[in-house]
Design a protein. Structure first.
Length: 151
C-alpha cells in the first residue's frame, strides 16, 4: 500500500480550490489570493455558470493546459482540476458572465499625498508632516490572484 506524500515545508500546496460566488452584478472569488506549486492544479467551485478570464503580466494568457481563448468556462459545481501551463508567475483571474467580452486588466493605482499641518498647542505652533497613500482601482473589477511557484 502506498504512503501519502509528505508535505514540503515552505512550499505552496499542489492544489488550491477557489470558490466563485455571485456578488451583486458580478462574482466574488474566495480566497482572493492563493498559491500553488509549479506542478500543481487549480479547481474552481462555482455556484453558477461563468467564465474565468486569466492574465499574466497584465496580458490575457492561456494559463491552464487545454485552456482556449484566455478563459476557463465553469458550470455550477466543481470545475477542474486544471493543470498549470505557466510556472513561476502570478495569475490574475477575473470571473465574469458566460459569453462576456474579455474584461480590462484590473489595474490598481496608488498616489501619495504629503501635507504639512500647523498645530497650535499652548500658544506654540508645531509642524506635523502627514503622508497618506490612496489606492484606487482604475477599473472596478472583482478579481483574484494565484501565485504559481515562486511567481
Amino acid at each position: 500500500m502506498s504512503q501519502p506524500a509528505k508535505a514540503r515545508l515552505g512550499q505552496p500546496p499542489a492544489q488550491d480550490p477557489i470558490t466563485i460566488s455571485p456578488a451583486g452584478t458580478g462574482y466574488s472569488p474566495d480566497p482572493v489570493n492563493s498559491s500553488v506549486a509549479n506542478d500543481g492544479e487549480v479547481s474552481f467551485i462555482s455556484s453558477g455558470a461563468c467564465w474565468i478570464w486569466t492574465f499574466v503580466n497584465q496580458t490575457l494568457v492561456n494559463v491552464f493546459a487545454g485552456e482556449q481563448n484566455h478563459y476557463v468556462p465553469c458550470i455550477p459545481g466543481n470545475n477542474g482540476p486544471f493543470t498549470l501551463a505557466v510556472q513561476d508567475a502570478t495569475i490574475t483571474f477575473v470571473p465574469s458572465a458566460v459569453n462576456s467580452n474579455p474584461p480590462p486588466f484590473p489595474i490598481e493605482d496608488s498616489i501619495t499625498v504629503d501635507d504639512t499641518i500647523a498645530v497650535d498647542e499652548d500658544g506654540r505652533e508645531e509642524i506635523v508632516s502627514v503622508e497618506e497613500t490612496i489606492t484606487s482601482l482604475e477599473t472596478f473589477t472583482v478579481h483574484g490572484t494565484i501565485k504559481v511557484g515562486s511567481g
